[in-house]
Design a protein around this ligand. Structure first.
Ligand code: MN
Length: 256
């Protein structure tokens, strides 16, 4: 019996109700297909830019494109190595433009990427966009938020409730493109299981609870789930740009 896997994908991005522009960016690569069997694998990226008016939008857009360009320009079999080099190159190029071009000064971005190949997955992550794994029995946040407030929670200096109301909860402790080098959280996931769903999102989704994410992702196909998530975030104030990607993994047993 051959396991031929397939993916279902949905995505949505929205400016929200309070911001003047959408500084989030996202992408799925290669854009032409969803295929886990190719040697290059499949890459999903969400980025949330920061900095001046022009800088924030430029940094997130650059991060998504550079990550994909470098990731797929490398023919090596080593997916985490390709991911690591892609993050390093994106960081370097965003930093260089942010230091050379006055209107882009100080720009930076979060960047959360999911690479899938066969039944294997890897996460690369900087900032406070998030990756979750959702399955029938639960939901787990795969990434740590790189914010000062989240670090204080991890060190038991703040409770989760205090952190959720903290006025500086969105201040990043790590971002792509603000220093010459960056430390990237990079790790392999356990082998994918039938029915696994992955959610990548920007922090505009922060008022939707884990329980709600779990219920929505299992109740709707990926595109409908993304549309509902954006709608829910906007119903709760739409304080920020909202970007979501949902990837569902279904291995189909094929006789042979
Ligand atoms: Mn945001």
């Amino acid at each position: 019996m051959i396991q031929q896997a397939s993916l279902t994908y949905g995505h949505a991005t929205h400016i929200g109700l309070r911001r003047a522009e959408n500084q989030d960016a996202h992408g799925k690569f290669p854009q032409a297909h969803l295929d886990l069997t190719g040697p290059g694998g499949q890459l999903f990226v969400v980025a949330d830019g920061m900095g001046g008016h022009q800088g924030g939008r430029e940094a997130s857009r650059m991060a998504v494109q550079l990550l994909a360009d470098v990731f797929f320009s490398d023919a090596s079999d080593n997916v985490p190595g390709r991911l690591q080099r892609a993050f390093a190159a994106a960081n370097r190029q965003i930093y260089q433009r942010g230091t050379c071009e006055p209107e882009l000064f100080g720009m930076g971005t979060t960047c959360t990427a999911l690479a899938l190949r066969g039944d294997q997955g890897w996460i690369g992550h900087v900032g406070d966009s998030r990756a979750y794994r959702i399955h029938r029995t639960g939901i787990e946040q795969l990434t740590h938020d790189h914010t000062r407030v989240a670090e204080m929670v991890r060190r038991h200096l703040l409770t989760r409730d205090e952190a959720a109301r903290h006025p500086h909860r969105h201040l990043l402790s790590r971002a792509l493109g603000v220093r010459p080098t960056v430390e990237v959280d990079l790790f392999a996931l356990p082998p994918l299981q039938p029915g696994d769903h992955f959610l990548l999102c920007s922090d505009g989704l922060s008022r939707v609870t884990d329980q709600e994410l779990h219920a929505l992702l299992l109740a709707y196909p990926p595109q409908a789930a993304c549309d509902r998530l954006v709608q829910t975030a906007n119903e709760r104030g739409g304080q920020d740009n909202i970007t979501v990607q949902v990837i569902a993994y279904h291995p189909h047993p094929v006789p042979g």
